[in-house]
Write a protein that binds this ligand. Structure first.
Ligand SMILES: Cc1cc2nc3c(=O)[nH]c(=O)nc-3n(C[C@H](O)[C@H](O)[C@H](O)COP(=O)(O)OP(=O)(O)OC[C@H]3O[C@@H](n4cnc5c(N)ncnc54)[C@H](O)[C@@H]3O)c2cc1C
Length: 383
């Protein structure tokens, strides 16, 4: 194996980094994951994730984790209702026959737990926020914010959209997509947001109107996550002057911004305990490229961040993990650099295709015809 006796450092313990660690470890590699979260029980915020057969699920299958996945995914959470701004249902997966292309949903917390449980003890070094690295011997000396440092023969950046590893490979920076989301999770949703909780029915809601979106997902433990999508300037979340810690200001913003929407949606913004996070959405150029290095590469959002409107980000991250792990552990390549180069070519090509699809979808869902566009798409799936 090309990476026999090599020390591999994966920076970032998200779905991409942990899937890669698992796939490399079952092939016998020496791998550590350096994660900035302080411990494994840190709450993982955010929407649920639907895994696709040809990418996320395929990686789990190769990682021998399908049984664990089946024990952790939430049956029925993928059932979708497409509604208009007044809450009128136009497509109801709860009634229709199941889509041929079944895309099971899993919460981020259980997905992380499941991947962590599959790794050897002490694989993840928590509280290790990457700061910088420098070339050392044939590899890298890595420095963390907590003052620790380590040596690795190969570094793999899996540190997400704002990757600190990416600049060591390429100066190409993410481009603003034109859409900013506000993302939130409601605890005890049945009590805090009863109308939407009922409309959600344990599944997902995609709501469209006036060139804006609102996407709601049920989560484990009676939680519900949602995010708004609006066309704004890149720095709107700063220039608007809104204090995102002040719930009243956000409710006021929603009432104005979504003024033509029915009042039923307002309860999503009324719980005092909800934390709101503004998220301007970025993507990377579809023709991005860089020169392959023999001891450094990137996967997942670090390599190809994109808005979530085609539901592909996590799936691409896990597919990268699969492609890279296969290249590094099969005997098809003469050396590590060629294995990395082949991975990067495949990864960039797939990312380019999926980024284009995602950008089309982002535009379509924030257009005047969003509802019709989405209904047409789902009706085509059904045929
Ligand atoms: C609101 C929202 C909804 C989404 N919905 C979907 C969806 O339905 N389907 C889908 O496929 N995708 C969705 N996505 C996108 C998806 O979350 C990402 O594409 C996916 O998580 C990427 O995985 P990753 O492992 O590459 O990066 P991340 O999940 O971002 O993981 C990166 C990890 O690196 C760690 N890290 C960051 N910086 C450092 C550092 N300096 N040092 C050490 N560790 C560091 C982080 O703590 C984190 O654990 C959504 C995203 C958002 C924001």
């Amino acid at each position: 194996m090309l990476i026999q006796d090599k020390k591999i450092a994966i920076v970032g313990g998200g779905p991409g980094g942990l899937t890669l660690a698992r796939l490399l470890q079952i092939a016998g590699a020496n791998v550590k994951v350096f994660e900035r979260d302080v411990h494994k029980n840190v709450r993982v915020q955010g929407a649920t994730l639907d895994l696709h057969k040809e990418s996320g699920l395929k990686a789990l299958q190769k990682a021998n984790l399908m049984d664990a996945f089946k024990a952790n995914y939430r049956a029925g959470a993928e059932k979708l209702r497409i509604v208009d701004s007044q809450g009128k249902i136009h497509f109801d997966d709860h009634q229709e026959k199941k889509m041929e292309e079944f895309r099971p949903e899993i919460d981020r917390g259980p997905l992380r737990k499941m991947l962590l449980a599959s790794l050897n003890d002490e694989t993840v070094i928590w509280n290790s926020k990457f700061q910088t690295m420098e070339k050392y011997k044939n590899g890298w000396k890595i420095f963390f914010e907590n003052g620790n440092s380590t040596y690795a023969d190969i570094v793999i950046g899996a540190d997400g959209a704002k990757s600190k590893i990416r600049p060591f490979l390429t100066p190409i920076k993410p481009i603003y997509s034109g859409v900013t989301m506000i993302d939130a999770t409601i605890h005890n949703a049945e009590i805090e947001s009863p109308t939407i909780y009922k409309l959600l029915k344990g599944g997902k809601i995609f709501a469209f109107g006036n060139e804006k979106t609102l996407i709601v997902s049920s989560k484990e433990k009676g939680e519900m996550s949602f995010y708004t999508g609006c066309k704004t300037d890149e720095n709107w979340f700063i220039n608007s002057g809104i204090n995102f810690k002040d719930k009243d200001q956000i409710l006021e913003w929603f009432k104005v911004e979504y003024a033509q929407w029915n009042n039923i949606w307002q309860e999503l913004f009324e719980s005092k305990k909800t934390i709101f996070i503004p998220r301007p959405q970025y993507y990377l150029p579809i023709d991005q490229t860089w020169e392959t290095q023999e001891n450094l590469t990137i996967i997942g959002d670090a390599a190809h961040v994109m808005p979530p409107f085609a539901g592909e980000g996590v799936n691409m991250a896990m597919l990268d993990a699969l492609t890279l792990s296969q290249n590094l552990t099969n005997s098809n390549f003469e050396n590590i650099k060629l294995a990395m180069q082949d991975y990067e070519i495949k990864m960039r090509s797939k990312a380019s295709e999926i980024t284009q699809l995602t950008l089309q979808q982002t535009k379509s869902l924030h257009s005047k015809n969003a509802l019709q566009n989405m209904l047409e798409m789902f009706n085509n799936f059904e045929q």
